[in-house]
Ligand binder design. Structure first.
Ligand code: GLA
Length: 372
């Protein structure tokens, strides 16, 4: 046998078997293809493909993406006259190259928004009209740039307090409560075809859930084009209860909007914060008692996490007629924000892929939940 024919045989063998090997891990997007889109929030290392491992997971597993940080105001518009579109351009290009439903996050929020946004050149608070103008310019520039490419936007993020009242953010204090309506209106003008969302955490708790229902009803009564509500889904092993999750999805669906789980992760570490809070300004002091799993996750906790993911996904599947997508806040455990919030430098295990990028037992349980 000639070397050439041996090489040809080898190449045929590899061509046939490599794709089969790659297929041994099922994909989340295929498992839920009749139910909803499944996605992840991407950091810059992933969508720039410096993190090849997690970029490969994203390409194999997901069909929708959210940018973890690069479209927040402080990143994309750091100074009054300066926009920085380099990273968001790469984010959108990555999504297009990989046929993702590309989400933009987020236009109007009180965090990760520079102080200058609310001040004039002398450092005095802006007037209502000047802040509205600034909001409009920002939305026009950012949404306009990706018109027809970013298909859904988190227009307003976290406008409510835990008691369901409107948060006294600088947006609210300077503009008044119609800032929310205006933000949606400006986003709609900038891209009439984009889906526009309201996104928040702790919505599974009764007072805040009621607050968002009231808010969405008001927006609808004023003809504001709100397409969906994002339930962030920064969960833990006990909160929210399955009943809370189920009732929340059903209540939002009754408003006639799409429901999305937008930032799903499950915190397995003891928390100094109130259950269900994802307030990014919370900070706790380092304390070894609150960082118990630095050498690995005990089997009992791994099992609890697996069970928790399975039961949550069973609820999502039950409501698949109204759930548009389920997006994880990150890809694998090592780069999750929960290693650094609310206490920096902890070892957390909130996602479906472990620190080596391998699917965890929770991944198998989620895949299984798709066909139960
Ligand atoms: C909130 C925001 C996200 C992100 C997370 C934590 O939920 O919506 O953009 O900052 O907090 O990372």
């Amino acid at each position: 046998m000639s070397i050439r024919s041996v090489l040809a045989g080898l190449s045929t063998f590899l061509t046939l078997t490599l794709p089969l090997c790659a297929q041994t891990t099922p994909s989340l997007r295929d498992a839920f293809k009749d139910d909803f889109l499944v996605g992840a929030a991407l950091n810059e290392a992933i969508f720039s493909e410096r993190d090849k491992r997690d970029a490969a997971i994203v390409k194999a597993q997901f069909n929708t993406t959210t940018p973890e940080n690069v479209l927040k105001w402080e990143s994309v518009h750091p100074q009054p006259e300066k926009y920085d579109f380099a990273a968001p351009d790469r984010y959108v290009a990555f999504g297009e190259a990989n046929h993702m439903f590309i989400v933009g996050h987020t236009l109007v929020w009180h965090h990760q928004t520079p102080k200058w946004v609310f001040e004039d050149a002398k450092g005095k608070p802006l007037t209502r009209d000047a802040l509205l103008q600034r909001m409009r310019d920002h939305i026009q520039a950012v949404v306009g740039r990706y018109k027809g490419r970013v298909r859904g936007w988190d227009v307003v993020n976290e406008a409510l307090e835990d008691d369901g009242t409107l948060r006294q953010s600088p947006w609210m204090k300077i503009i008044g409560e119609d800032y929310i309506e205006k933000a949606f209106q400006f986003a709609h003008e900038a891209d009439p075809a984009a889906e526009l969302y309201y996104n928040d955490y702790s919505l599974e708790n009764e007072p805040k859930r009621k607050g968002v229902i009231e808010l969405i009803r008001k927006l609808q009564a004023h003809g504001v084009p709100v397409a969906g509500i994002g339930i962030q889904g920064h969960d833990n092993l006990e909160w929210p209860t399955i009943e809370q999750e189920d009732a929340t999805i059903a209540a939002f669906a009754a408003l006639g909007v799409k429901v999305m789980i937008t930032e799903l992760d499950i915190n397995v570490l003891p928390s100094p914060a109130a259950s269900g809070s994802a307030d990014v300004s919370l900070k706790g002091a380092a304390n070894p008692d609150l960082n118990p799993y630095t050498r690995g996750l005990p089997d009992s906790v791994q099992q609890a996490l697996t069970k928790r993911y399975a039961e949550l996904f069973r609820v999502f599947v039950k409501h698949s007629d109204v759930i548009r997508r389920v997006t994880f806040w990150g890809v694998s455990d090592d780069s999750s924000w929960l290693n650094n919030w609310p206490i920096p430098g902890r070892t957390n295990y909130p996602l479906l892929f472990d620190r080596d990028g391998k699917p965890k037992p929770a991944f198998d349980a989620v895949i299984k939940a798709a066909s139960e």
